[in-house]
Write a protein that binds this ligand. Structure first.
Ligand code: DGL
Length: 269
């Protein structure tokens, strides 16, 4: 095994939401070490300008490259939508982003070639999902909808709450009119709403969870590039954040699906 293969995977997000991707990675690749970075002091990114997001993304990329990661995963859909080019320019290791992974999964799943995409306003305005889907199949019709209220509802823990159900009906009504058969959950927070969204969407619509899609694509890339860690050891997980806000532990553990140990603070001026 090369020394590169034993290095950790770097994963980053605007806050704790990217832990849904970490959770999927832990399940799919249980022997890989992971270094996570969540910009909890500056979250949310989904309503910020493109220039600001690019600037923050460059800072985080440099931080993780200094940790000698073997690859980088952009877990945040918003960063992937508007700043993936920044990461790819700075990184000398492979870079995967949730949007490419989600688009690929959606195109593989759809039979009617009509796909719905939901995400933050910045992700939806960037049109990044539609662009990635059209690169794979130009005949696909893509119907996008920003759902800004979902992030705070998930952080509030209202995963199965009448207010969230009503909000979902309201947001998704125009998308369902288009006879989609696939709905991409294009935000780190939305996998937690999967049971509720599946209920609202009905059984004929397949939900594509970009966290799971990302874990699958990571496994494939590590295999292809000889970067898989084949040491059968207990993996090392490190979590860096820029702030430890109120309820951080509770919210983080909800996203991760297990206890959140070894959280380290990074102070940026
Ligand atoms: N991580 C963001 C995303 O996936 C959601 C939270 C935010 O707006 O920063 O789009």
């Amino acid at each position: 095994m090369s020394s590169q293969a034993s290095a950790p995977i770097g994963v980053f997000d605007s806050g704790v939401g990217g832990l849904t991707v970490v959770r999927a990675l832990m399940e799919r690749l249980p022997f890989e070490d992971i270094v996570y970075f969540g910009d909890t002091a500056r979250v949310p990114y989904g309503v910020k300008s493109v220039d600001t997001i690019k600037h923050f993304t460059a800072q985080i990329t440099e931080f993780l490259l200094e940790k000698r990661v073997k690859m980088l995963i952009i877990a945040c859909n918003t960063m992937a939508a508007v700043a993936a080019d920044v990461v790819k320019r700075l990184a000398d290791v492979p870079v995967l982003d949730v949007i490419e992974a989600g688009a690929r999964s959606a195109v593989a799943v759809t039979k009617s070639n009509a796909i719905g995409v939901i995400g933050t306003p910045t992700t939806i305005n960037s049109n990044a999902y539609a662009r990635n889907i059209h690169l794979l199949n130009s005949a696909t019709r893509v119907y996008s909808q920003a759902c800004p209220l979902f992030v705070p509802l998930v952080e509030e823990g209202w995963l199965d709450h009448p207010v969230t159900r009503l909000t979902a009906h309201e947001y998704l009504r125009p998308v369902f009119v288009e006879q989609i058969d696939t709905l991409v959950l294009g935000c780190t927070h939305y996998p937690l709403l999967k049971p509720l969204l599946q209920e609202v969407a009905g059984p004929h619509i397949t939900l594509v969870d970009s966290a799971t899609a990302m874990a699958e694509q990571t496994a494939q890339l590590l295999g292809e590039q000889g970067l898989a860690n084949d040491k059968r050891h207990a993996p090392d997980y490190r979590f860096f954040v820029t702030d430890i806000p109120l309820r951080f532990q509770t919210i983080g553990e909800r996203f991760l699906g297990r206890s959140l140990a070894q959280v380290e603070m990074v102070k940026w001026n």
